[in-house]
Design a protein around this ligand. Structure first.
Ligand code: AGP
Length: 614
C-alpha cells in the first residue's frame, strides 16, 4: 500500500523524508518520490521507480547537497500502483500550478475521469495516467491565497478515498494534509512536525501523535498543526502517546521481519492474554467490548467480517463460538458482505477482524453493520486505527507492530482473542465455571506451547528442503483444522509463489484427488483431536496415488507418523487451541520454503501490508 511522509521544521527535510519512507517500505510499493521546498523558495522534485534506495541515489545525483541540506519542508511518497503502470511519470509527487505545487496521495479518486475532462477543458495539461494528478491540478485551480482553503474546496469535489499531503512554493514552511478513508498521523516534535500514513515513520522522532479522522484537513507548520473540517470549522483532536518502541519495528538481528514476528509469538500471545483471564469465575475480561453479561446473553448471532488471513481467523472463530457458546456464527468475506445487502438485526454482533484496522473492504463492512443497526466490535492490532475507532468497541490484539506483509503473530493473536471472546460468551450461556477454568488454563499455556513449536525450527527447515521444489501443494484439514489449512496454504502461496490450495480433507475425493500424483505434495493436519482418524483415511487415499504426504502430527502419535512420508511434531492440545500451534508450524514451513526458493519474503511481489483500496 502507498506510504506518505511529510516534514516541516528546523532539520534537513530530505533525510527525514527518506528515512520515513524506509520505515514504510514494508507496506509494499513499486515507485517513490520526494518534493522539497528549498531555502531559495524553489521546489525540488525527484521521482524514481523501484526501491527507496534508488530514489536516494537519484536525489544525491540530481539535487545539490546544499539544497538538500537547506530544505526544511517537504513531502514524500511510496506508490503501490492503482491507476497507471509503475512508471516515473505516474510516481508521486504530482505537480500543478506551473510546478509550484506538489501533492502526494493514498486512496482512489473515483470521479477522477470527469474531473480530468473538466480540468483539461480549462487548459490543464496532464503528464500521467493517475487519479492523483487530477487532484493536484484541482487544488491549484482553487488557490486564491490560502492553501488549506484551496485543498478543502478541491476535496469537496472528490468522490472516493484520500490521504493527501500538499506543499507549494507560494506557502513556504507549510504543509496541508487531509484524510478520508486512508490514514494520516501527525507527529508533534520540538520545533518540528512530521506527518505520515502510519506511526512507524514518526515514532523515532516523537511519541506525541494526533490521528486525523475522516473529513479532517490540517495546516502543518514547524510549531504544530491546526485541524479543520472541509468547511473551515476548527476541530479539536486529542494528542495520543505511542506506546511501543521503535526497536519493535526493526529486525533485531533476524534475516526477515517475518521470521522475527514468527518468533515473537510467545510474547505476542502473552500480551494478548495479559489481564484478560478471570481465575475465579473462569471467564475472560474484555472490557473493550463494553457489553455486560445481560447484553452478551441477548446476542443471537455473530457475523464475522474480514479478509485474507483475518478471515481465516474468523473461520476458526466459528468453531470456537459454536463449540463453546452455542452461538450461531457466520464468517463472511468483507467485500462480499458489504455488497450483499446483509440481513442483520439488533441482536446480531458483527465482529470485524483486521490487523491493520484499515482494510477498505472490512471498514466498509463495519459501516454497513452499523447502518443495519447491529452491534459492531473490532478486533484490531493497530491502536487508533479507523476500524477500531469506527466500530466503537472491541479488543486490541496488543501483538506489537507486524511489519512483514505475510501475517503471522496477528493471526495467532486473533485466534487467541476469539477464543477468549468465545469463553466470555460461553460463560454467559451454558459453559460451566469448571469448563471455563479449564479453558483459562489452556489459554494461559498457549505461549509455552508455541515455544515448543518454535523449538522445532531446524527440523521444520529440514523438512522444508524436501518440498521447496514443488510447484503445487494441497493443505487438508477437518473441522477447526480446515480454516487452519486455508491459512497454511495462503502463507505458502504468498511468500513462496507455490500454487497452494486448502481443502476440507473429505473434499478431496469430490474432484481435487484428480490432481494427485508424485508431484503434488499434500500437507495433512493430523493433530490428535476428533476427526484425525478420518483424515488419516484421506491420507491413505493420497498415498495410494503416490502423492508425498507431510503430516503435522501430535508429538507422541506414532500411529499417524507411520502413515505419512514426513512429519512435523506438534505439542498436544485440545481442538480449541490446535489452530494456534499448527499455524506457527505452517508459518515456519512456508518461511523456510520461501527462503530456499530465494523469494522476497517481507515484501512479496504484488502484495501490500494493508489493502486500503477496494
Ligand atoms: C495475510 O498474510 C495477508 N497479508 C492478507 O491476507 C491480510 O491478512 C488481509 O489483507 C487482511 O489484512 P488486515 O488483517 O489488516 O485487515
Amino acid at each position: 500500500m502507498c506510504g506518505i511522509v511529510g516534514y516541516v521544521g528546523k532539520r534537513s527535510a530530505c533525510d527525514i523524508l527518506v528515512s520515513g519512507l524506509r520505515r514504510l517500505e514494508y507496506r509494499g510499493y513499486d515507485s517513490a518520490g520526494v518534493a522539497l521546498l528549498t531555502q531559495g523558495g524553489g521546489l525540488e522534485v525527484v521521482k524514481q521507480t523501484g526501491k527507496v534506495a534508488a530514489l536516494e541515489a537519484r536525489l544525491s545525483e540530481t539535487v545539490a547537497a546544499e539544497a538538500r541540506a537547506g530544505a526544511c519542508a517537504g513531502i514524500a511518497h511510496t506508490r503501490w500502483a492503482t491507476h497507471g503502470l509503475p512508471t516515473e511519470a505516474n510516481a508521486h509527487p504530482h505537480l500543478a500550478d506551473g510546478g509550484r505545487l506538489a501533492l502526494v496521495h493514498n486512496g482512489i479518486i473515483e470521479n477522477y475521469a470527469a474531473l480530468r475532462r473538466q480540468l483539461e477543458a480549462r487548459g490543464c495539461v496532464f503528464v500521467s495516467q493517475t487519479d492523483t494528478e487530477v487532484l493536484a491540478h484541482l487544488v491549484a485551480t482553487f488557490d486564491a491565497g490560502d492553501l488549506l482553503a484551496a485543498v478543502s474546496q478541491a476535496l469537496k469535489r472528490v468522490e472516493g478515498t484520500y490521504g493527501v499531503a500538499v506543499v507549494s512554493t507560494r506557502y513556504p514552511g507549510q504543509l496541508v494534509v487531509a484524510r478520508r478513508g486512508s490514514p494520516l498521523v501527525i507527529g508533534l516534535g520540538e520545533g518540528e512536525t512530521i506527518v505520515a500514513s502510519d506511526v512507524s515513520a514518526i515514532v523515532s522522532h516523537t511519541r506525541q501523535v494526533v490521528y486525523l479522522q475522516d473529513g479532517d484537513v490540517a495546516r502543518v507548520a514547524a510549531g504544530g498543526a491546526q485541524i479543520y473540517t472541509l468547511d473551515q470549522a476548527v476541530v479539536d483532536r486529542e494528542v495520543s502517546c505511542v506506546e511501543w518502541e521503535i526497536g519493535a519495528a526493526e529486525k533485531s538481528g533476524y534475516e526477515h521481519f517475518m521470521l522475527k514476528e514468527i518468533f515473537e509469538q510467545p510474547a505476542a500471545l502473552q500480551n494478548a492474554i495479559r489481564g484478560r483471564l478471570d481465575p475465579v469465575l473462569g471467564t475472560a475480561l474484555l472490557s473493550g467490548l463494553n457489553l455486560g453479561p445481560r447484553e452478551l446473553a441477548s446476542i443471537r448471532r455473530l457475523v464475522i467480517v474480514a479478509c485474507g488471513t483475518s478471515l481465516h481467523a474468523g473461520m476458526v472463530g466459528k468453531y470456537l463460538f459454536e463449540g463453546l457458546a452455542d452461538m450461531p456464527t457466520d464468517p463472511e468475506q468483507a467485500a462480499e458482505f458489504r455488497y450483499c445487502n446483509p440481513i442483520l438485526g439488533a441482536d446480531d454482533l458483527v465482529v470485524a477482524i483486521s490487523q491493520s484496522g484499515e482494510t477498505a473492504d472490512t471498514l466498509a463492512a463495519v459501516r454497513e453493520g452499523i447502518q443495519k443497526g447491529a452491534l459492531v466490535a473490532g478486533l484490531c492490532n493497530v491502536v487508533g486505527s479507523t476500524i477500531a475507532r469506527e466500530a466503537g468497541r472491541g479488543v486490541y490484539l496488543h501483538a506489537g507492530p507486524e511489519i512483514g506483509v505475510a501475517s503471522t503473530k496477528a493471526f495467532t493473536a486473533q485466534v487467541t482473542v476469539l477464543l477468549m471472546m468465545a469463553l466470555k460468551l460461553g460463560r454467559c450461556r451454558r459453559l460451566s465455571r469448571e469448563a471455563g477454568l479449564t479453558l483459562c488454563e489452556e489459554i494461559a499455556a498457549l505461549p509455552g506451547k508455541v515455544e515448543a513449536v518454535l523449538a522445532q525450527n531446524d527440523a521444520i527447515a529440514a523438512v522444508a528442503a524436501k518440498y521447496a521444489g514443488a510447484e503445487n501443494a494441497f493443505f487438508i484439514g477437518r473441522g477447526i483444522l480446515y480454516p487452519t489449512a486455508l491459512e497454511g496454504a495462503l502463507k505458502l502461496k504468498e511468500i513462496s509463489y507455490i500454487h497452494a490450495e486448502g481443502y476440507q480433507a473429505a473434499e478431496l475425493k469430490h474432484g481435487p484427488i484428480a490432481l494427485l500424483d508424485e508431484r503434488m505434495p499434500v500437507i495433512a493436519l493430523l493433530n490428535d483431536i476428533p476427526g484425525k482418524e478420518k483424515t488419516l483415511g484421506n491420507v491413505q487415499e493420497c498415498r495410494a496415488r503416490r502423492a508425498p504426504v507431510l503430516g503435522l502430527v501430535t508429538e507422541d502419535d506414532e500411529e499417524a507418523a507411520r502413515m505419512v512420508c514426513d512429519t512435523i511434531r506438534l505439542p498436544r492440545t485440545s481442538a480449541y487451541t490446535a489452530p494456534v500451534v499448527t499455524a506457527v508450524a505452517l508459518q515456519l514451513l512456508s518461511y523456510h520454503v520461501a527462503r530456499l526458493r530465494g523469494c522476497e519474503i517481507d515484501q512479496p511481489r504484488n502484495l501490500a501490508k494493508s489493502v486500503t483500496v477496494e
